[in-house]
Design a protein. Structure first.
Length: 274
């Protein structure tokens, strides 16, 4: 498996320095949050895409994936009844698939909790259909590009829509495109799933729909900075021969972004070496 650092953790650094830091710390790659590129990352120029990919290559790492897809531009939604807004959102999703392909990434992780929340009086069934239409459009684009588009289940403290792998699976099944899959985020799973994470891995990884993994603690800090023990989690991934990306994604950076990233990679590498 590859260990990748979610780049917003060290976003105060210029991108080439992010790449250099990640490689020297021991990461295999960076998982890019498009909002770190600006307000309209889906319109990133060809020249800038080439520069970003070259910076990673020269540092000796890769851009593995994209996540936090819809933070910018502001106001997007996959569940809104506003057809015009959803059309705009789908356009951004499709363009981000192209961005991921141009940067050499293999997967997109669709978390973006605020951009999928249901309004208080919204009909959940109708919102579900609208969201699946958006995911279907993104999956078609991903399939054409040879990528995977992952629905990220998030905890109920972050969003009121798709809070478990089982719920994500229902959308994956409805869309029925192999380019649409789901993933496991430890912070979310540790808060919202009924099964402990190792058992969650045992339940879902053999189905072939888990295409990505996020390592973080339910306390929102990095792996190794909370009560969640990752020895059994990594053992479960290895037991099922998981060869994908494990993205390190803390939200509360202690003592700071670089310090949190360095501590996380040391902790995870130590477990893997044992």
């Amino acid at each position: 498996m590859k260990l990748s650092l979610c780049n917003e953790v060290i976003r105060e650094l210029e991108f080439s320095r992010q790449c250099d830091f990640a490689r020297k710390a021991g990461y295999d790659g960076l998982e890019l949050a498009p909002f770190t590129l600006g307000d309209n990352p889906h319109f990133t120029s060809a020249t800038e895409r080439t520069r970003l990919r070259r910076a990673a290559s020269e540092a000796g790492i890769e851009i593995t994936s994209l996540h936090w897809l819809l933070v910018t531009p502001k106001g997007l939604s996959i569940t809104s009844p506003d057809t015009t807004l959803r059309t705009q959102t789908i356009d951004v999703m499709r363009r981000l698939v192209a961005l991921c392909a141009d940067l050499g990434g293999k997967a997109l992780v669709h978390g973006s909790p605020q951009q999928r929340n249901l309004a208080q009086n919204d009909d959940r069934h109708e919102a579900w259909k609208r969201a699946c239409e958006c995911f279907a459009a993104a999956a078609a684009e991903a399939q054409s590009a040879g990528l995977v588009y992952c629905i990220e289940p998030l905890s109920t403290r972050d969003t009121n829509f798709i809070n478990s792998v089982a719920e994500a699976f229902e959308c994956v099944k409805a869309v029925n495109n192999p380019a649409l899959q789901t993933m496991i985020d430890c912070c979310a799973a540790g808060s919202s799933e009924e099964l402990p994470i190792p058992q969650l891995i045992d339940r879902w990884l053999p189905t072939g729909i888990i295409a990505h993994f996020h390592a973080n603690d339910p306390n929102r800090r990095g792996p190794g900075q909370g009560d969640l023990a990752f020895t059994s989690i990594l053992a479960a991934l290895k037991r099922h021969s998981y060869s994908g990306v494990v993205g390190v994604e803390p939200f509360d950076y202690v003592p700071d972004g670089p310090g949190s990233a360095a501590r996380a990679i040391g902790y995870l590498r130590g477990i893997l070496e044992k």
